[in-house]
Write a protein that binds this ligand. Structure first.
Ligand code: SF4
Length: 259
């Protein structure tokens, strides 16, 4: 990696636009490049462009784009704050499922994008993007009927966090999942900043003293702090012991010498 000259996002996008590595190049109008803030903490990864996107050459401008905009509005996250891309850069004819060889060939671009943009949190949208990202990080996948259990669950890997969400199109076809989607998309807002209590929180001290696993800090204080029991108690002024963990459990070992 060090020997190679550093590729920029513009270099990569040029490659994507002219790509003919798989059969999808024969039926597309435009290969769609990623869009958004190149310094983003959050990278949304959708499956593939639809017909509107293919025609206009932009991401998320069709019906799914409208849903995404509503979900982002509800979560208080602006498109300019995130980076959005696709697992597959060209339209899948008649909205068919992606084939394994198409995923293997095209995901090379996604991997390069991840390296260039270097987001803190990957947000794969829907089944194929999530499956690819989990396989890439060797995270076990639940069986297909239980796959939905991964949505809205923050996962920590060695170098990034992963927060899978349902694809916005799910709200168009399965209105029953809309409420859950809204709830999960809203949590993206927490990922843009650290918890406001972090600088003075005992968890920070325990971590710096080497007494607390990094996982607690990354998953809560620098991740999904809105889900932290300590955070909620701080906000409502409820007393709680210093050695209470973010999930509300109490670790008496932290108590020793912790006062
Ligand atoms: S433990 Fe909870 S309250 Fe403390 S900094 Fe982390 S997220 Fe915030």
């Amino acid at each position: 990696m060090n020997g190679e000259s550093k590729m920029t996002i513009d270099d990569l996008n040029q490659e994507i636009k002219g790509c003919h590595k798989c059969r999808l190049s024969e039926t597309r109008i435009n290969a769609i490049c990623g869009e958004g803030n190149q310094n983003a903490k959050l990278m949304l990864i959708a499956q593939a462009p639809g017909e509107n996107e293919d025609r206009e050459g932009k991401m998320f401008i069709g019906p799914s784009g409208k849903v995404l905009d509503e979900l982002l509005r509800a979560s208080g996250v602006k498109r300019e704050e995130i980076y959005m891309t696709n697992l597959i850069k060209c339209m899948l004819p008649k909205y068919r499922k992606p084939k394994q060889d198409e995923i293997e060939i095209c995901s090379e671009y996604l991997l390069k994008e991840m390296e260039i943009i270097n987001p803190d949190i990957l947000i794969p949208l829907g089944y194929y993007a999530t499956r690819y990202i989990f396989e890439n990080y060797a995270i076990p996948l639940p069986p297909r009927p239980e796959f939905y259990t991964v949505y809205g669950r923050l996962v920590l890997t060695d170098d990034r966090k992963i927060f899978p969400l349902r694809h916005p199109a799910a709200a168009l076809y399965h209105p029953s999942v809309e409420e859950e989607m809204l709830e999960n998309y809203r949590r993206m807002r927490f990922f843009l900043t650290d918890c406001k209590w972090y600088p003075v929180c005992p968890m920070k001290r325990y971590y710096e003293e080497g007494r607390l696993d990094k996982r607690w800090i990354e998953l809560y204080c620098r991740g999904d702090w809105g889900n932290c029991v300590r955070y909620r108690m701080e906000e409502s002024g409820e007393p709680h012991p210093d050695w209470m963990l973010p999930d509300g459990s109490v670790d008496e070992r932290l108590r020793e010498g912790g006062l």
